[in-house]
Design a protein. Structure first.
Length: 418
């Protein structure tokens, strides 16, 4: 910290000490009013969804996005959007080009009909690509994804009806293999099982409709065609799940602290920045464990790690599932509380600090190691940046540590001292 910062803090340190250590401060933290409990259990914030942890059942994460965090959904959506846009653009440009082969292989009447079908497909894919470009949101991708695979299947049905009267030997095999090629393309996207099934159904309905109503064949040939379709669909789903599993693994390794299982600083800043951009009211609490270096020096890093894991667990248990809790660095933890004003945030911070102080770590000699924390609490002010909010919380935390530790300091404490 700079000398100016130290001087400004020391200048009114004695005045604020009485406020920070007032008799009712710990009592506020220990009462847990009904309003706080309701906030602790609420799940009404869409932006600050619970960030999934690495010990959650893997199958649940693969089946649907219900347990995924908003940040992971946004990351996966961005990944899918890029691939989906390139796929739409590639086929929108290439499909009309192949109409030249149609005029070589088929009579002019069929070739002209195929040209119309190709142009319609191309325009449809161009429209979907444009929609992805101008409105790259989660709901947009969820809409475009099945449509991007349904459109080629409609083209498949239309093209097969156009050439249905021609001898089978004159119809290139690429036309008959188009559904399976479309299924293979689906394997490029890291979809959940439920999402993949929805797209497969969009491909299946035109396929089975054509096979039943337009193809004169025995029941065994129909069963064989459907069996082959589901074989390709199963392989495609397996590839999707494999991609999703790998994406989740890489995401967790890059965003989740391996020791405490909390999100790291980078994800916290990203989520909080979205709240800033949305002008959402939130409070920010910054925790720092007192004399943590001494714990590492005297008892070893293994004990220090146990302390960090224990404190992370306490903070998570005391806050709502909609609150963001992150290991900010070293022995520092930061919590972002959406839709919580300063007075309530201070009560919550006192409650968490009290819970931390009640924890103890049993050492090898059966001695009990007590833990305390210094806490800075602030509320985002209108028009300020995230960096400004974080700096103010850090200043409050630094002030708490330099004036006795084991206390909670908020903006109001500074105002009263001044």
């Amino acid at each position: 910290m700079t000398n100016n910062k130290q001087n400004s803090i020391n200048s009114f340190g004695n005045n604020v000490e009485a406020i920070a250590k007032s008799p009712d401060t710990k009592e506020q933290g220990s009462k847990s009013p009904n309003s706080d409990e309701r906030r602790k259990n609420s799940k009404d914030s869409a932006l600050f969804n619970s960030h999934f942890t690495v010990d959650r059942h893997a199958l649940s994460d693969l089946i649907s996005t219900k347990l995924h965090s908003d940040d992971f959904i946004a990351t996966r959506t961005s990944y899918i959007t890029i691939r989906l846009w390139f796929m739409c653009m590639f086929f929108a440009l290439s499909v009309p080009i192949f109409s030249g082969f149609d005029f070589v292989l088929f009579p002019n009447s069929e070739a002209l009909d195929l040209l119309v079908a190709r142009v319609v497909l191309s325009l449809s894919l161009f429209s979907l690509a444009y929609l992805l470009k101008v409105r790259a949101r989660v709901n947009t991708v969820r809409l475009v994804m099945p449509l991007a695979f349904l459109a080629p299947m409609i083209f498949y049905v239309a093209s097969m009806i156009i050439v249905i009267d021609l001898p089978k030997g004159e119809i290139p095999s690429i036309f008959a293999m188009l559904p399976y090629f479309i299924l293979a393309m689906l394997g490029l996207f890291p979809l959940t099982i439920s999402g993949g099934v929805i797209v497969v159904v969009c491909i299946l309905i035109p396929f089975i409709s054509y096979e039943i109503f337009f193809v004169q064949q025995s029941i065994w040939l129909l069963v064989n065609s459907i069996w082959l379709f589901f074989l390709f669909a199963g392989i495609s789903l397996w590839l999707q799940v494999g991609q999703l599993s790998m994406l989740m693994k890489l995401y967790r390794e890059s965003t989740v602290d391996p020791l405490t299982k909390l999100i790291n600083r980078r994800v916290l800043l990203r989520l909080a920045q979205r709240s800033n951009e949305g002008h959402q009211v939130y409070s920010l609490i910054m925790f720092d464990l007192d004399r943590f270096k001494r714990i590492n020096d005297n008892h070893g890093h293994a004990v220090g790690d146990r302390v960090l894991v224990n404190v992370a667990k306490v903070i998570q248990e005391e806050l709502r599932t909609t609150d963001i809790v992150a290991r900010f660095g070293g022995e520092e933890f930061v919590a972002v509380l959406p839709n919580i004003e300063l007075s309530d945030a201070k009560n919550i911070a006192n409650r968490v600090a009290l819970s931390i102080s009640r924890q103890s770590i049993t050492l090898d000699d059966d001695a009990e190691l007590k833990i305390t924390s210094s806490v800075g609490v602030t509320q985002r002010r209108q028009g300020e940046t995230l960096d400004e909010t974080l700096k103010r919380a850090d200043d409050l935390l630094y002030f708490a540590k330099n004036n006795g530790r084991d206390q909670v300091i908020c903006d109001d404490d500074f105002s009263q001292a001044v």
